[in-house]
Design a protein around this ligand. Structure first.
Ligand SMILES: Cc1cc2nc3c(=O)[nH]c(=O)nc-3n(C[C@H](O)[C@H](O)[C@H](O)COP(=O)(O)O)c2cc1C
Length: 491
């Protein structure tokens, strides 16, 4: 069963020993983030800070700090089969399962997120215990928001996760990258010289948080996707100041508008590159109304060098996105973005190779796919390579690559946070064809024969091996589970 509120998630994590309550007073400036970083990096539990400075609202961090915790939050046993089932559903219906209405309408009077409402001059973002994560940050920032906007042309809604720099008591920055749903809605509103309404849910149903950070195809609304993930509708309530809707069980809802061409420097902020971002102009969000639950808990995450909580969210996103990527590039068998490569900066891809040179086509297709997948490096392998096992990946790369033939250098759009890039958004990208080469790719020389023990030998030796292992020797080979490290686990 999925958790439909942060309160439910806390109960579930506490029951399974995956939550630690911190009763000591912790400052929202740096102290909270330093503890979170340490615990998150050591694969520790979710953290509930009960006393953050003088704020009455507790803060939850690292709740999504493992693939297993995310599965618990969205009520999924195992992410792979869920991703495959979702893909089947989307492929067959192109719309959510008709047996499942993705939304349950809840009136504002009974929506938990409307228990306290602050409007007009009562709006005050400083009542929220928003942490300051790194000493060089420009200020506190909301790091786990679900931002709802509507396409000014089509009326289609979008929900995305974009950092919100708190500028003062009623203004924030809106750090949506070009190409995201929110940014494209804003661009359209600017062209029409119209304000864009936005509503921000802090701590909605956990499945909405996961959907908000998944770069879904444009025709799939994140709320429909969240309902498909959990198999239950999302309770949504109308906004008080616009025609948008927000999840009724959210901890906090912030409503407001973004005026055309009204921008303000955003940042610097510490990023997963290990360096601060450069301040850049982003739209300003003018808050007109805030509301919250009486028992509101403030969920947050700290972004920094991997592995941290956002890496595990990205791993789940990777698995949920793979079926869509396979739909666009059918020869892809599997794909891994190792967390050390911060999201998709490095991609290991296995393909069903059917013709010489195909790996180069796959690299080009991935580089041109957009969807925020800025892979600076793409290594392509044959279908039998486990791209989640770094030992196997390095071994295959070392043996299958001839740098004179198998290296592709491409120039194009790169992640704007890439500190090494040629310029802000443009740089070089590296592709490695790590597949076994066909004779026509090796001047007619056939690829060497693979080494295999005959099955007849194995049948006999296996019994002897089992005896050795039953005598207490640890014989597990390096193993890897898709949990996000990209490292082989030696057991
Ligand atoms: C913790 C976290 C923080 C993020 N911050 C941003 C951000 O500041 N700006 C941005 O454009 N994307 C950010 N993303 C990635 C977007 O949420 C992601 O690309 C999402 O698909 C955007 O939604 P959209 O495709 O509907 O616009 C973040 C993701 C995570 C997990």
């Amino acid at each position: 069963m999925a958790c439909h509120s942060i309160q439910e998630l806390i109960r579930r994590l506490e029951d399974s020993g995956e939550l630690c309550r911190i009763k000591e007073r912790v400052a929202p400036e740096l102290e909270l983030s330093d503890i979170t970083i340490h615990i998150s990096k050591s694969r520790g539990p979710a953290l509930l800070f009960e006393q953050v400075g003088d704020f009455s609202m507790p803060v939850l961090s690292n709740a999504f700090g493992s693939v297993q915790r995310i599965c618990t939050a969205i009520g999924v046993e195992e992410i792979e089969s869920k991703a495959a089932a979702l893909h089947k559903l989307i492929k067959s219906e192109q719309v959510p399962d008709p047996s499942l209405s993705s939304v349950n309408r809840v009136s504002p009077a009974s929506a938990p997120c409307r228990q306290i409402v602050l409007e007009g001059k009562d709006v005050d973002l400083s009542i929220l215990p928003t942490p300051l994560c790194w000493p060089g940050d420009a200020g506190p920032a909301i790091t786990l928001p679900a931002v709802f906007t509507r396409d000014p042309d089509t009326g289609r809604p979008n929900c995305g996760m974009y950092r919100m720099h708190i500028l003062d008591s009623s203004h924030t920055g809106m750090h949506w990258y070009k190409g995201t749903g929110g940014a494209s809605h804003y661009e359209k509103a600017c062209r029409q010289q119209l304000p864009l309404a936005a509503a921000v849910a802090i701590g909605p149903d956990p499945a909405v948080t996961i959907a908000a950070c998944t770069p879904l195809p444009e025709n799939l609304y994140e709320i429909d996707f969240a309902a498909m993930l959990t198999g239950t509708p999302v309770a949504m309530t109308p906004c008080l100041h616009s025609d948008l809707q927000v999840p009724a069980s959210s901890q906090i809802v912030i409503e407001g508008v973004l005026y055309p061409d009204k921008q303000h420097p955003e940042g610097p902020f510490g990023t997963h590159t290990g360096y601060y971002s450069k301040p850049e102009n982003y739209p300003v969000f003018h808050v007109t109304c805030m509301s919250m639950r009486k028992d509101a808990i403030y969920p947050t995450t700290v972004v920094g060098p991997p592995p941290q909580e956002d890496c595990f969210m990205a791993k789940v996103v990777e698995r949920l996105l793979l079926p869509f990527i396979k739909e666009w590039i059918p020869e892809i068998v599997d794909l891994s973005f190792p967390v050390e490569g911060i999201f998709s900066r490095i991609a290991f891809v296995s393909i069903d190779k059917r013709y010489p040179g195909q790996p180069k086509h796959v690299m080009n297709a991935l580089w041109r796919m957009g969807k925020g997948l800025f892979s600076k490096m793409i290594w392509v392998f044959d279908s039998d390579v486990n791209v989640h096992c770094l030992s196997e990946v390095i071994w295959k790369m070392t043996n299958c690559v001839d740098p004179g033939r198998d290296v592709v250098i491409d120039r194009g759009l790169v992640d704007s946070l890439d500190p090494a890039a040629l310029s802000q958004n443009e740089g070089f990208r590296l592709g490695l064809d790590c597949t076994e080469k066909w004779a026509e790719e090796r001047r007619g020389i056939p690829w060497p024969r693979k080494m295999h023990m005959p099955e007849t030998v194995r049948k006999k030796t296996r019994a002897i091996i089992e005896t050795i292992s039953s005598q207490g020797s640890s014989l597990s080979p390096p193993q890897y589970s898709k949990d996000g490290t990209g490292r082989a686990k030696m057991s």
